[in-house]
Design a protein around this ligand. Structure first.
Ligand SMILES: Cc1cc2nc3c(=O)[nH]c(=O)nc-3n(C[C@H](O)[C@H](O)[C@H](O)COP(=O)(O)OP(=O)(O)OC[C@H]3O[C@@H](n4cnc5c(N)ncnc54)[C@H](O)[C@@H]3O)c2cc1C
Length: 318
């Protein structure tokens, strides 16, 4: 059986498509796991996106705690006999996967963006050395645990006619010794680069924080409204929040249109946006690396190009 779990439903939809492919090749079934309160609508959605079965572990847990989720998921793996476990690679998922590997004495590959069978063995690929190489890893034992980042796989077309079983079971986690005192939602300004269809990104080619309005204006006229950035803009200069940071150590995005202005195109940035539909690069250096990944390149000063592009788009869009 191929088991799929994430506390992020979109990530679960994406993993279900890979799980279905693996299950078909292994002649097995796909089970999606929900931990917490029963949510029949979500369980049905998981079935529509490829799950053959949904296992709902009904617990009294208020929020995610790695120790308790590991305990619950470990019990589900033992009960279902799952051999392959896909876990969404967000912060919670990575901690959960590593702990589960320890608990089950199982192999665990983190952040895999390609999973397949080779010589009948489960094989997972992941980017290493800051994006300069790809490690190909194989499991010699079961269960095998792989964490999957968002946008690694396309979700299947939703099929509401699919049928599947929903199994509900009360599972109490072993009480852990740690205690959550407070859960505070991170304040975001409506930015969600991972779901955006159009992203206009800025890099160190910008001289001042105020100049970022140039990408904001273009994003607005493109009706995308989503601004992204390279690492220095979020991590060093702190001109934009971390939610805008795209790349290997930032967010992985897959918009229809990605415009990169004043970004050099180092491999760590490309790793986060290379799957975008159309990539447009604006850079004053004709030899900038970004042009190798771009579908359209504009060699020029972003301070001249961006306002012209914004007014041209505005005119075109009426
Ligand atoms: C482990 C690790 C993880 C990393 N993760 C990430 C990550 O997730 N995301 C990320 O982005 N980076 C990441 N980096 C950093 C990465 O290696 C680069 O340093 C970074 O992407 C460079 O950002 P940049 O392109 O904005 O700046 P620069 O490399 O300084 O490029 C600026 C570009 O702007 C152009 N320019 C300057 N002025 C103008 C102008 N007026 N008009 C037009 N163009 C102009 C220049 O020609 C240049 O190409 C990581 C590095 C490491 C080691």
């Amino acid at each position: 059986m191929v088991l799929v779990f994430s506390d992020n439903k979109n990530l679960t939809f994406e993993m279900l498509s890979k799980a279905s492919e693996l299950a078909k090749n292994l002649n097995k079934k796909v089970t999606a796991v929900i931990i917490g309160k029963t949510d029949d609508a979500l369980a049905k959605e998981y079935i529509s996106f490829g799950a053959d079965k949904v296992f709902v572990a009904e617990t009294n847990l208020e929020s995610f705690k790695a120790e308790e989720y590991t305990d619950i998921l470990g019990n589900i793996v033992k009960e279902t006999g799952a051999e392959t476990i896909l876990i969404g690679s967000n912060k919670n998922g990575k901690e959960l996967a590593a702990r589960l590997g320890g608990k089950l004495n199982a192999g665990c590959v983190i952040d895999s963006n390609n999973i397949y069978l080779k010589d009948k063995k489960l094989t997972a690929e992941r980017v290493v050395y800051s994006g300069n190489a790809i490690a190909v890893e194989q499991f010699n034992s079961t269960p095998a645990i792989v964490t999957v980042p968002s946008k690694a796989f396309d979700r299947l077309k939703k099929d509401d006619s699919r049928k599947g079983d929903i199994i509900k079971k009360k599972i109490d986690a072993e009480k852990s010794t740690s205690k959550i005192l407070k859960v505070q939602e991170m304040k975001t300004e409506g930015v969600n680069v991972e779901d955006a269809e159009i992203i206009v990104s800025c890099g160190r080619g910008f001289k001042n924080k105020e100049d970022i309005k140039l990408v904001q204006e273009l994003a607005d006229v493109l009706k995308g409204k989503t601004v992204g950035c390279s690492r220095p803009i979020a991590a060093d200069m702190k001109w934009l929040p971390e939610e805008c940071w795209i790349g290997l150590s930032g967010h992985k995005v897959k918009p229809k249109l990605y415009i990169a202005a004043g970004i050099s195109g180092q491999i760590q940035h490309i790793a986060g946006m290379r799957d975008s539909g159309i990539i447009v690069a604006i850079n004053k250096d004709p030899d900038a690396l970004i042009f190798k990944s771009a579908d359209y390149g504009i060699v020029g000063d972003l301070y001249e190009v961006l306002p012209k592009l914004t007014s041209a788009v505005k005119e075109k869009m009426g």
